[in-house]
Design a protein around this ligand. Structure first.
Ligand SMILES: [Zn+2]
Ligand SMILES: [Zn+2]
Length: 390
């Protein structure tokens, strides 16, 4: 079964929107022009309702089917924000904003959901309501949580929610997902060790925090290998080990450790935080030092509901063929802000192959416009198949 024909007709127009967004990237919640562009298009398509300012700068649009007798409501989500980094692609439509770049393909996600909106507003070939969600601040700002906290799910009675992300390295035309945990949680820690500085040749007068910090780093590596159930997955990385002084002959007064913790379920998450705190505090105390710990919970794991994952895969198979759908792809360690929406409602998050391009967050990355009809068709298929017109 092919993509929806209308999406092929719209391909060039949607590509134009995508490249416009690419040229004008905005980061975090500052997606003002992007949100205005999105809202203007949605209004022009004749959506039944377009509301801006949800979750600060998010946009929500409503499209009713020919009938709404089924009472069903499906949420479809795209992210609008770019990254604070410098693009080096040299493309004709490369970022015009120094230090900002659509390096994760959210320009493509937004354009594809707009394409699906245009198609659905024209055809309305379903019995129910589609709610289109355009969120800010996926990249570290928890814009998804902000929209959920703003009451979006209740206000529009959203019952299920779906999203997609392009995936470099996966061939164009292929979809991949799994039921259960798909992406990890992402927590961050900052530990400041406070001891007593001194002369490097007189260590007995000081508390050597490089030694204390080293023992903590070694001990922290026992959490994943010795405390976490070996059949579960987790990562704990100390990414920064920073002394206050940068010399050969000073024992620092403070040392800073910073890093990240990733895992796929709540019990493991609690266990790691508890062990982390205990080890840092006890090892520091054993040496007469103090560990000032900031442990910050970030995005939760992205967990696809069983029934919705199967349904999302069935829709992908209807678009691209069963052979192009990997239904049990391995989980990956990056985190995703769509997780907050999946905590609020059952749903699924699918990957769509971006072909042989640079990886997301690389300064040479570009969204692959060839995949536009596939993503648009998948969004529309979810709506038409879940809420079939009588
Ligand atoms: Zn990203
Ligand atoms: Zn992304």
């Amino acid at each position: 079964m092919p993509i929806k024909n209308r999406m092929a007709d719209l391909h060039e127009e949607i590509t134009g929107w995508r490249r416009h967004l690419h040229e004008h990237p905005e980061v975090l919640f500052e997606v003002h022009e992007t949100a205005a562009f999105v809202a203007e298009k949605l209004r022009a398509f004749g959506c039944d309702e377009v509301v801006t300012g949800i979750g600060r700068t998010g946009v929500v649009a409503v499209i009713h089917g020919k009938s709404t007798a089924s009472g069903k409501v499906i949420g479809l989500r795209a992210d609008m924000d770019a990254l604070p980094m410098q693009e080096i692609t040299g493309l004709p439509y490369a970022s015009k904003t120094p230090g900002a770049m659509h390096a994760c393909g959210h320009d493509g996600h937004t354009a594809m959901l707009l394409g699906a909106a245009k198609y659905m507003a024209e055809t309305r070939n379903f019995d129910g309501t589609a709610v289109l969600i355009f969120q800010p601040a996926e990249e570290g700002g928890a814009g998804g949580r902000e929209m959920v906290d703003d009451g979006m799910m209740e206000r529009w009675n959203i019952q299920e929610v779906y999203g997609l992300h392009n995936m470099p390295g996966v061939p164009v035309g292929q979809f991949a997902l799994r039921a259960g945990p798909q992406m990890a949680s992402a927590d961050e820690f900052d530990v400041v060790l406070v001891g007593r500085g001194g002369h490097a040749a007189v260590p007995h007068e000081a508390i050597d925090l490089v030694l204390v910090g080293s023992q903590i780093v070694v001990a922290l590596n026992s959490i994943v290998s010795r405390n976490v159930d070996p059949v579960k997955h987790a990562v704990l990385t100390v990414a920064t080990f920073q002394t206050e002084s940068d010399t050969q002959n000073v024992i620092s007064q403070t040392v800073k450790l910073r890093g990240t913790v990733r895992c796929f379920d709540g019990d493991v998450r609690d266990l790691i935080e508890e062990r982390f705190t205990a080890l840092c505090s006890a090892i520091a105390a054993a040496h007469g030092a103090e560990a000032r710990i900031t442990y910050k919970r970030g995005y939760p794991p992205t967990v696809n509901a069983e029934a919705q994952a199967k349904f999302a895969a069935d829709c992908a198979a209807a678009i691209a063929g069963e052979a192009a759908v990997e239904r049990n792809t391995p989980p990956i360690m990056p985190a995703e802000d769509f997780s907050y929406m999946l905590e609020a409602r059952p749903g699924a998050y699918i990957f769509l192959g971006n072909g042989d391009t640079a990886m997301c967050h690389h300064p040479m990355y570009d969204f692959n416009d060839k995949i536009i009809p596939l993503g648009c068709s998948w969004f529309a298929e979810l709506v038409e198949r879940r809420m079939p017109a009588a």
